[in-house]
Design a binder for this molecule. Structure first.
Ligand code: ADP
Ligand code: MG
Length: 490
């Protein structure tokens, strides 16, 4: 039984396998490597995925959906062709299609997938991604952070790994920064590579920043010069204009290229003339949003900035000259963007599949990852303003798997239950973080004194959360695994 690596992107998804001693990308039925992450449901109730679905964004917008990855881990519901779909059910359609393509490519059944997720995905989003795999009928044991996959692929590039393995050695040690800028998300990570280990030392990102935001700005500009608002257009016209904007954006491939957006929409007769300089002005607010995760990742990594050897750009939006220019000005290190930047994550996943299958040449490689968010519980605050404080058990950027215990006491004498809440986030006050869940733990009857209990949080290799509470007086243990929306018995 074979394993497939799936880069489940906001915009495009790819499949990779490890075959004939190297990571290989799987072409889809059109012979293309990128399958648009778009799902459309026809009158017959059948879901189609990819380029055909993408065409229907214009012809059948009410039955077609894109960018649903942004809603993973929420209870959003889409009504398509009279059927209801959750974001994970839509993701399952994409995974199912890629698995079918991989089976065709390999000529054998695929029963397991390694799926990549943005490093910044939280517990709920990760759990939803795992469920999407299950819905598509494949086992998902392992989620890999997208930038970690890209780092793995870049550090042990196929020929490099093979040559190094032949010489019984590894590529030279290095610390670099991976900047993954796709259609809807930005992830920055600092990667430390030594011997056979690719270790992620810090991640930071923005789940709502990507190439689509540039398309939107260009579309708005085209509307502005025509004196109307984007919202004045019908849904299908907006979709058409966004595509025209995206095409114009892609035409700005060189520093000094020009693009013209001649819209097919009658309400937009004026042609928009676009240059990289103008795009940079329009997108200034987006660029300032790139700074924060970049600085955060470098700061959190505890790596002196001068030890970072290069910035490796991956993701389709890295192709934009304005992005490369901006980073070159901001960073004091070489900024590298290779031709295959939008398949880098998938290639790394292919390598990971090889590791998982214990393939020769890559079987000794190790990928270590970290948790993206701090996990805390709330404790009483005896000082004004008396807002409960976040007591951190697992700080962000801890290497996975991680486990940490602390002893707490119930503050209410005689209480029959203790409440243990789990928060994720970096704020001092518990209420400013995101509450994931709470667990009620029974306390012994007749408890007259403050009851002490030990709380243990564990974060597994996929950043899936487990909680254990042991009441000291009784020794009773409550164990739960958080599935993203509720607790399962641990
Ligand atoms: P994701 O990981 O979000 O699925 P990708 O890495 O495939 O996305 O990147 C998709 C984004 O890259 C889209 O916003 C697309 O417009 C943008 N993109 C792809 N090629 C180019 C290009 N040549 N110039 C500018 N943007 C590009
Ligand atoms: Mg991507």
């Amino acid at each position: 039984m074979a394993i497939v690596g799936i880069d489940l992107g906001t915009t495009n998804s790819l499949a990779a396998v490890y075959k004939d001693g190297r990571a290989q990308l799987v072409p889809n039925q059109f012979g293309e490597l990128l399958t648009p992450s778009v799902v459309s449901v026809g009158k017959d109730g059948r879901a189609v995925v990819g380029r055909i679905a993408q065409e229907r964004l214009v012809t059948q917008p009410q039955d077609t959906v894109a960018r649903f990855k942004r809603k993973m881990g929420t209870d959003a519901v889409y009504n398509l062709g009279g059927r209801r779909f959750t974001p994970e059910a839509l993701s399952a359609c994409v995974i199912g299609q890629l698995v079918a393509d991989a089976q065709e490519f390999l000529g054998e059944r695929v029963d397991e997938a390694v799926v990549s997720v943005p490093a910044y995905f939280d517990v709920a989003q990760r759990a939803a991604t795992k469920r999407a795999g299950a819905l598509a009928g494949v086992r998902v044991e392992r989620l890999v952070n997208e930038p970690s996959a890209a780092a793995l692929g870049r550090h042990f590039s196929n020929e490099g790994a093979v040559a190094a393995a032949a010489a019984d050695g590894y590529p030279p040690d290095e610390t670099f920064c991976v900047f993954d800028f796709g259609g809807g998300t930005l992830d920055v990570s600092v990667v430390d590579c030594f011997d056979n280990v690719v270790g992620i030392s810090a991640v930071a990102g923005d789940n709502h920043l990507g190439g689509g935001d540039f398309d939107l700005l260009i579309a708005q500009e085209a509307c502005r010069i025509n004196g109307i608002g984007l919202n004045a257009l019908e849904a299908s016209q907006r979709e058409t204009l966004l595509r025209e904007a995206e095409r114009a954006k892609r035409e700005l491939t060189d520093r000094d290229s020009h693009a013209f957006l001649r819209s097919s929409i009658p309400a937009l007769p004026q042609v928009l003339h676009l240059t990289n300089k103008r795009l940079f002005e329009l997108a200034e607010p987006l660029f300032t949003r790139i700074d924060r995760p970049l600085k955060q990742a470098v700061y959190d990594s505890d790596v002196p900035a001068e030890e970072i050897s290069r910035a490796v750009l991956v993701g389709g939006s890295s192709r934009m000259p304005v992005v490369r220019d901006y980073l070159e000005r901001l960073l004091a290190v070489p900024v590298i963007c290779e031709e295959d930047c939008d398949v880098a994550v998938a290639l790394g996943l292919g390598t990971y599949v090889g590791i998982k299958q214990r393939a020769r040449g890559v079987d000794s490689l190790v990928l270590t990852d970290i948790c993206p968010h701090s996990l805390s519980t709330d404790v009483r605050n005896p000082h004004p303003p008396f807002e409960p404080l976040a007591s951190v058990l697992i700080p962000r950027n801890t290497t996975l798997p991680a486990s940490s215990s602390r002893v707490y006491a119930n503050s209410q004498v005689g209480a029959r239950e203790a409440r243990v809440a789990v928060y994720q986030g970096e704020n001092v006050y518990a209420k400013d973080n995101k509450q994931l869940a709470e667990l009620m733990v029974p306390l012994p009857r007749n408890a007259s004194e403050q009851e002490a209990f030990t709380v243990t949080f564990t974060y597994d290799i996929n950043s899936i959360l487990g909680v254990e509470v042991r009441v000291h007086s009784t020794g009773e243990v409550t164990r739960r695994v958080y599935n993203g929306s509720s607790w399962d018995e641990g």
